[in-house]
Design a binder for this molecule. Sequence first.
Ligand SMILES: Cc1ncc(COP(=O)(O)O)c(C=O)c1O
Length: 377
Amino acid sequence: MTIQRCVPVSQPLLDEAESNCVNDALLKGAISGFFGDYITRFEEEFSNYCDCQYGVATSNGTSALHLALVSLGIKTGDEVLVSTFTNMATIFSILYIGAKPVPIDIEMDTLNLDPSLLERHISPWTKAILVVHLFGHPVDMDSVLDVAKKHSLFVVEDCAEAHGATYKGRKVGSIGDAGCFSFYANKIITTGEGGMVTFCESSLADKARNLRGLAFGDTNKFMHKDVGFNYRLTNIQAAIGHAQFGKIEHVIASKRSIAAYYSKRLANVDGLQFPVEKSYARNVYWMYHLVLSGPNIGRRNEIMRKLSEVGIDTRETFIPFNLQDIFIKQGLVNSGDCPNANSVAYAGFYLPSGAGLTEEDLDYVATQFVEIIEKKS
Ligand SMILES: Cc1ncc(COP(=O)(O)O)c(C=O)c1O
């Protein structure tokens, strides 16, 4: 009897390092988001790793984005230029404020926002550019910063998928006015659920830290300074984060070697667009994302189903902002706004990319994938 392999699309690397830290937090009774050493420890080590002086840990990546925008003073009626091709959490964070997300189409190779399209979308209400370093590849930040400087716009980086990625040697999260990270279970490092905003400016970090914790007053705690949020990360989650932080470079090295392995094994397959690494970039290959092209257009769901039948877990790519039914109905976007993103939306998916995958797992995925894609149904 052959035992079918089961290859998950990703899985966190957890061991005694995490359980020791969690037990330590538990035994000290430091379980909330207000007390305990792990929160500040994790904030300091992670933000320093990102070449930033300040880190404000949050309950998740979505709250990190919302908190960053509010801290920068983005308000109802403002417009934010944002990559259309992203997890909708990025878009939601703008909508929570009552601001208007304006979709920007993508570059076909990096799948990131195309900076050359930014200026034509600027209006008197534009206040910020929200870039997303998608699937681990950094955005072409100099081009974004040039536009931002010229028009006095804030730049927020959504780094949920790109911990440790660099642009011209600079860590993502340190290049714009704020960097927003997610520590969801499938991210480069995880706290289960969690997030962080990184800042290089202390006044912004202070504001975000206060807003994160219900904006309590300084002298009289219950005389609140503002409409705050409870976006706190707990000390238990931060304990996991601290242990995970010790593995960050190991995870990135694994992701990079998984990507190199797949790209080599699949190099001769026709009708596939591979992830790239631009000369300015260190891609951390959060997920190994492929786009079907040429003879394989229209085969995405069939290929994913066949891979699933042999125990290989994959995920379809994001549906862009401009193709979301709810936003088309609201008149916020038109489906034809972003042709490049549209061409990727139903042709993209990612292969298993967890840092714990073995050589045998990778060989199995590559062998099955080539067999399935080359045998048309
Ligand atoms: C690009 C991007 N932004 C934001 C988020 C939201 O993060 P979270 O799920 O931690 O709220 C995610 C993923 O989950 C993401 O992939």
